[in-house]
Design a protein around this ligand. Structure first.
Ligand SMILES: Cc1ncc(COP(=O)(O)O)c(C=O)c1O
Length: 395
């Protein structure tokens, strides 16, 4: 008898999470562009220390005891949503330990084994793994240079309907998508919202990167185009403040928010954390911080794009208008699976495209994050990547 015999089928099939221990150096100290970490140079350390001191001085018991979220953070989220054109209500906001927790609660409310979920191909597998673990049947719809292909989505919905299947939800990352960096134009947003309503399926709008726009003009979120019935908007403070705080939220139809809250059995997302984020944001501080992040990340994105054009002339990519990633189609004949070990020897790491497709395809692609490393190291990483590709092509 073994302990593992006690595991559920889902536990037996589970794979390790995306972020494992750091990859070991293979001789050359590694520069990793594999994960979308924040730039540590940009953490507002002093302001966070000040905010913590203020809230502890004001009411240490409220901050440090078990207790509810501070209503100020619900108001902050609702106000930010209203600025985006969403008809937002504080009592339709759920706060959670990262948007990841929201995406983990969703299948508990919506998925029984065998239920269908529509996802983008490629997408953020960190979320999709949670749907799969709940037993969802995943149906991928392709992403092109303008995000989710809505024609293909409509064809998929039609086919499913013909087969008597009503998908539980569509999971979309409309702005600076992870991993492709693409943004859905307004016409596609409108179409997607209309399709969700026509087919009676929930549209999960995960807009983790929306505030990090470097170029172009902001587009209305799909939650602003919906009549309030079919869109769950999911967001996070991870990308605009600090991932380590792990503060995320969702806003959507009240009955759904109430159910999600019931499954968040531990209750609030922390009196201290919710107060800290709200206190930091006071007086326009969060907006000013986001403005600084945009300028900084734009420069790093441009540096990576320029270095890739120099070092990898055969690669194909679109420079994103915001976010953390450049999605690159490798030169003809180069596969990410073959390139990865060579790149590690050259001291550079990327995320293989296969880590972004639920069906394991995508070996012609890699995702490069420009978010964490400083410009000089980003440029060095591109040089190393170019050398690794040339070595592979010569072999
Ligand atoms: C598209 C997308 N959604 C959600 C998340 C999770 O963010 P959080 O830190 O709020 O859990 C990420 C983080 O990488 C992401 O890329």
């Amino acid at each position: 008898m073994q302990l593992a015999d006690l595991f559920t089928p889902q536990a037996r099939e589970a794979t390790p999470p995306m972020y494992g221990p750091p990859t070991a150096d293979q001789g050359v100290p590694l520069i990793s562009l594999a994960y979308g970490l924040a730039d540590p140079a940009l953490f507002p350390r002093e302001e966070l220390v000040d905010a913590a001191a203020r809230l502890l001085a004001a009411d240490a018991n409220a901050a440090l005891n078990y207790g509810p979220n501070t209503p100020e953070l619900l108001t902050l989220v609702a106000e930010r949503l209203r600025r985006e054109g969403v008809t937002a209500h504080e009592d339709q906001v759920l706060l959670a330990y990262g948007s990841s927790q929201v995406l983990g609660l969703l299948p508990q409310v919506l998925i029984e084994p065998g239920d269908t979920v529509i996802i983008e191909a490629p997408t953020f597998l960190g979320a999709v793994m949670r749907f799969r673990m709940a037993g969802a049947r995943l149906v991928g719809v392709p992403v092109d240079a303008e995000g989710l292909d809505v024609e293909a989505l409509e064809a998929t919905l039609r086919e499913l309907r013909r087969a008597g299947v009503r998908p539980k939800f569509i999971y979309s990352i409309p702005t600076f998508q992870n991993p492709t960096g693409t943004t859905l134009p307004l016409s596609r947003r409108q179409r997607l919202v209309a399709l969700a309503a026509d087919y009676g399926t929930l549209l999960v709008e995960d807009d983790a990167y929306v505030d990090l726009r470097f170029r172009g003009t902001a587009l209305p979120p799909m939650a602003a185009l919906d009549d309030g019935n079919w869109v769950l908007r999911v967001g996070t403070f991870s990308k605009i403040l600090a991932p380590g705080l792990r503060m995320g939220w969702a806003h959507g139809p009240k009955p759904l928010i109430e159910r999600l809250q019931m499954f968040k059995v531990e209750g609030s997302s922390g009196p201290f954390l919710t107060r800290l984020v709200a206190a930091f944001a006071e007086g326009g501080r969060l907006d000013a911080h986001i403005a600084a992040l945009r300028t900084h990340y734009a420069a790093k994105c441009d540096a990576l794009a320029a270095a890739l054009r120099r070092e990898l002339p055969g690669a194909d990519f679109v420079v994103p208008q915001g976010g953390f990633f450049i999605w690159l189609r490798l030169p003809e004949g180069v596969r990410a699976s073959a390139l990865a070990p060579v790149a590690l020897r050259h001291g550079v790491e990327f995320l293989a495209g296969t880590r972004c497709f639920a069906d394991g395809s995508g070996d012609a692609y890699i995702r490069l994050a420009f978010s964490e490393e400083p410009v000089a190291r980003i440029e060095e990483a591109a040089r190393r990547l170019g050398a690794a590709v040339r070595e592979l092509q010569a072999s």
